[in-house]
Design a protein around this ligand. Structure first.
Ligand SMILES: Cc1cc2nc3c(=O)[nH]c(=O)nc-3n(C[C@H](O)[C@H](O)[C@H](O)COP(=O)(O)O)c2cc1C
Length: 211
């Protein structure tokens, strides 16, 4: 395998101004639906990037759990590395890559916590094992080994009848309010389509970017 020689020619779709419309949330909805309809693997997976207090960026995959009112919802541990970084810097980016459709969507925005009530509702809807996992895992902390996690998991599972298994206050939803969207569609000859929407006051400004 010679990495330098690996390149694909993209030709499946196009993204013209007329088809982009004036509302990026609507276009995102269409593209997300296309990803589900095309049976891509993990269509709702997105790369979340945060920046630390010391200006060090870091990225990881999380799952999109809602897209209402044009805002992106995901769930995580508030004490995790990402949680701490969000605490000190609310600016984040999201990235969706759907290779089967030759598409990428970049989002930049401001993140805040979802209401406790909505997080409770979502937490209570999760399967028992996912709830236990969220409760027992000190996400992003160094642990001695798997055994300690499995032991805690087993203990809670064993007493689940007695245990309430309420959402712990260190776990819940985050909502990203976007300021910029960029829709990227692969095209032949590296002349890819890039349509950016940026928020200016309350209006979306649509622009084409060079590939
Ligand atoms: C496909 C996939 C989906 C994931 N979904 C989530 C998620 O929804 N929430 C989450 O906290 N971590 C999720 N993870 C794990 C994160 O990538 C990451 O390991 C974890 O959140 C710890 O990140 P941090 O230490 O930077 O805070 C997912 C990982 C993968 C590969």
């Amino acid at each position: 395998m010679k990495l330098a020689d690996i390149r694909l020619n993209y030709s499946k779709h196009t993204l013209e101004e007329a088809a982009s419309g004036s509302n990026p949330a609507e276009l995102f909805r269409l593209w997300l639906k296309d990803a589900f309809d095309a049976n891509v693997s993990e269509p709702s997976a997105m790369v979340l990037s945060t920046v630390s207090e010391r200006n060090r960026p870091s990225s990881r995959v999380v799952l999109l759990k809602g897209f209402d009112g044009g805002k992106f919802l995901f769930y995580s541990n508030y004490n995790s590395r990402k949680g701490k970084e969000i605490e000190s810097n609310q600016f984040v980016s999201l990235l969706f890559f759907w290779p089967e459709l030759e598409r990428q969507v970049r989002v930049e925005g401001v993140v805040c916590r979802e209401s406790a009530e909505s997080s409770d509702n979502y937490f209570n809807s999760r399967p028992l094992e996912s709830r236990i996992g969220a409760i027992i895992s000190p996400q992003s902390e160094v642990v001695e080994g798997r055994e300690i996690l499995e032991k805690r998991f087993g203990e809670i599972l064993a007493q689940k009848e007695a245990a309430q298994l309420n959402r712990p206050d260190y776990w819940g939803g985050y909502v990203v309010d976007p300021e910029v969207f960029e829709f990227w569609q692969g095209r032949p000859g590296r002349l890819h389509d890039r349509i950016r929407f940026r928020k200016d006051q309350e209006a979306w400004v649509r622009e084409r970017l060079a590939p």
